[in-house]
Design a protein around this ligand. Structure first.
Ligand code: DLL
Length: 442
């Protein structure tokens, strides 16, 4: 059947490249990328000129700190194709993010870019434990979102059979996972949980089936959620990270150690900066992740501010891969809530809720304004089958509230709803309902 060597790597030479060689390769590719961006993209020429730098000023990797950042607004302002470095005739694919406000951000790929993406995604799936010959059930959304097609081409490149299911139609997903005997599930963590829940409701025990691995990403998730997915699906769930502006899924992934995500440094350069001062932070410190692409042809990205908060580690990993580890992304700068002066990420609340006795791992945070103060209400659901009355629900709510206060330090109200009341995710879950804008005066 399938090949199963514990230390199988898709690209062993690249994945175990000594760090000094990686640095040499990065410098060479970075110089090429800067030259190409300066020559072919008016936005970069203007930005470099304004910062008083030219590509030849980059002699060491540290010199990158002299170059300007790129932000999401730059993509919007140059909508749709203004940041592309190649003629449109060379583009073979476009993706776009939905963007809740204003124009979507559009990203493009040459044939060479798609080839690199497929290889990096194949590398990522293999690092998570997928093997040639296995079947991958792909429940990431197909379409303008990069999840579906990104995982699809990577899985094919690895030599797997792909079931291109996309998101939704959960009952059918469960039938096909069983009938086609997939070993690998690709889905957002919230949708993977939805699949587990619907299977349980139907009396299907996926733990007894073929699934062995889940490759979950596209949204923040907690260790508690990982434990939940491992137990309820009978898998080892691995975290995978990526963003469309840089490529899509497959920028970084957890290996068998599940202790940080290897970021593929032969194709990307990772920095951590202070989100306020934008000064680079030393290795190991927490801050905003900034990524520069080193091989992208259609859309080179120079110092792209991801808004994702994390830290990096170059401690050797026992898997043998030498590439930097990006610690779990707990949230985006933009997702951080400030409730009565306390900073809270939804994933911190998740870590408290998931696994808490008598409640199900579904939640939403509701933000309202009362007078001058923002208030947080955490909506959770009672565990299915818990036949108790309102009084007991209120009691559970008070317990959860107490826990959130003691662990995160934020005061909130917890409302326990009946099973099934909260909306279920089909892709990226909506964790926050912000009612402030509609309420009170501006
Ligand atoms: O979400 C690409 C992707 C698809 C990654 C499938 C993994 C799996 P975007 O829609 O552009 O691309 O959203 C990118 O999602 O900046 C993070 O804020 C968040 N994100 C992605 N992966 C993770 C993760 C895809 N593993 C944005 N943990 C990023 C936490 C994640 N946040």
């Amino acid at each position: 059947m399938s090949v199963t060597t514990a230390d199988y790597m898709f690209a062993p030479e690249a994945e175990t490249m000594p760090r000094h060689k990686l640095a040499d390769l990065q410098l060479k590719r970075l110089q090429q990328t800067l030259r190409c961006a300066y020559r072919s993209v008016p936005h970069y020429r203007k930005a470099f000129d304004a910062a008083g730098v030219v590509p030849d000023d980059l002699r060491t990797l540290e010199d990158l700190a002299k170059f300007p950042f790129t932000v999401k607004a730059d993509l919007r302002e140059n909508y749709p194709f203004g940041l592309f470095a190649v003629p449109r005739s060379e583009l073979v694919r476009l993706h776009a993010s939905s963007g809740t406000t204003g124009k979507p951000t559009v990203v493009g790929y040459t044939a060479g870019d798609l080839d690199t993406w497929a290889r990096l995604m194949a590398r990522s799936l293999a690092s998570a434990g997928a093997r040639p010959g296995q079947t991958i059930h792909n429940a990431y959304g197909y379409g303008l979102f990069t999840g579906g097609l990104g995982a699809h081409y990577g899985a094919e490149r690895l030599g797997c059979t792909v079931v291109p299911m996309s998101g939704g139609n959960t009952e059918k997903q469960i039938v096909l996972i069983q009938d086609f005997e997939a070993q690998v599930l690709c889905a957002t963590p919230s949708y993977a949980l939805n699949i587990a829940e619907v299977a349980e409701k139907e009396g299907v025990d996926l733990r007894k089936g073929s699934l062995r691995i889940a490759v979950c990403g596209a949204e923040p998730w907690s260790e508690a959620m990982r434990k939940e997915l491992d137990e309820r699906l009978g898998v080892r769930a691995h975290d995978i990270y990526g963003l469309s502006e840089i490529m899509g899924p497959g920028v970084a992934v957890e290996c068998q150690e599940r202790d940080g995500l290897h970021g593929w440094e032969d194709h990307f350069l990772f920095e951590i900066v202070d989100p306020e001062t934008l000064k680079p932070r030393p290795m190991g410190e927490t801050g905003e992740l900034v990524i520069t692409t080193l091989s992208k042809q259609a859309l080179p990205m120079i110092r792209y501010r991801t808004r994702d908060i994390t830290r990096l580690s170059v401690e050797p990993c026992s898997c043998g891969r030498t590439h930097v580890r990006i610690l779990r992304v707990t949230g985006r700068n933009d997702d951080m809530l400030i409730i009565r002066g306390v900073n809270v990420y939804p994933s911190q609340v998740e870590a408290v809720l998931v696994g808490f006795p008598n409640i199900a791992p579904h939640y939403q945070l509701v933000i309202q304004r009362e007078g001058m103060l923002d208030t947080l209400t955490v909506e959770v659901e009672a565990e299915p089958g818990l036949a108790i009355g309102q009084e007991a629900y209120d009691h559970i709510g008070r317990q959860v509230q107490h826990h959130i206060k003691s662990i995160i330090g934020v005061t909130c109200r917890v409302v326990v709803l009946s099973p099934g009341e909260l909306p279920r995710s089909q892709g990226k879950a909506i964790r926050v309902r912000d009612l402030r804008k509609k309420a009170g005066p501006a």
